[in-house]
Design a protein around this ligand. Structure first.
Ligand SMILES: O=C(O)c1ccccc1N[C@@H]1O[C@H](COP(=O)(O)O)[C@@H](O)[C@H]1O
Length: 212
């Protein structure tokens, strides 16, 4: 059975759509350059309704200690998704500072991009394989870019992993079939405009995942 994360939620309606649709993970993007940015205090108020129903994930990009402390104390996420250039040593500090589990996003284009996977064995609860963003992108994720899903085939991985990047209701069945992903993550593929989540698309995505 494949489990899903709906990322970049900013409203009660869309968070409820994710929870009612059976999302196992729900994500708050705390990154000011993102159209999905939500400040920690706002996220804490919104995501309280998800506690105990789905794992709450804070998506952060190269966060400093001040932001980590704020997110850890105020939002109290189950997991922190590190989507920047964090090292395994920094990820260990993030866990110690916040008490949250760790999802480490790794940008993938070719076979060579899997070289760092073994370094994460003792540090990350989950690895998340996302496409490398296009050249010049101001965002490291959330841009709807995908990579060759067949790169995931026959790959020994240390932790339960997410497939991400360019997933949407129309391609998720094929993506799971080709990649064998146990966990999938979507952001822009369930939006009607950048940063605007669509409850119907969220339902369609989760329904397709449940059939995968
Ligand atoms: O969604 C964002 O705005 C974002 C910003 C900064 C880092 C990561 C972000 N989202 C993550 O990107 C991937 C793929 O997103 P998409 O489905 O291709 O739009 C996903 O893991 C999101 O969590």
């Amino acid at each position: 059975m494949t489990l899903a994360k709906i990322c970049g939620l900013t409203t009660p309606e869309t968070l409820d759509a994710a929870l009612h649709g059976g999302a196992a993970f729900v994500g708050a993007v705390v990154f000011e350059k993102s159209p999905r940015h939500i400040p920690p205090l706002h996220a804490a108020t919104l995501f309280d309704r998800a506690r105990g129903k789905a794992k709450i994930v804070a998506v952060l990009v190269d966060p400093d200690d001040a932001l980590l402390t704020e997110v850890g104390l105020i939002l109290r996420p189950d997991l922190i998704q590190l989507h920047g250039h964090e090292t395994p040593q920094r990820a260990a500090e993030v866990r110690r500072l916040t008490g949250a589990g760790i999802i480490k996003a790794l940008p993938i284009r070719t076979e060579a991009d899997f070289a760092s996977v073994p370094e994460w064995a003792d540090v990350a609860d989950h690895l998340l394989f996302d496409a490398k963003p296009p050249e010049g992108s101001s965002l490291p994720g959330g841009v709807g870019a995908s990579f060759d899903w067949s790169l995931m085939q026959n790959r020994a991985l240390p932790a339960c992993w997410f497939l991400a990047g360019g997933l949407e209701p129309q391609n998720i069945t094929e993506a799971v079939r080709i990649s064998g992903a146990p966990l999938v993550d979507v952001s822009s593929g369930v939006e009607s405009a950048p940063g605007v989540k669509d409850p119907d698309l969220i339902h369609a995505f989760l329904e397709a995942v449940s059939r995968s």
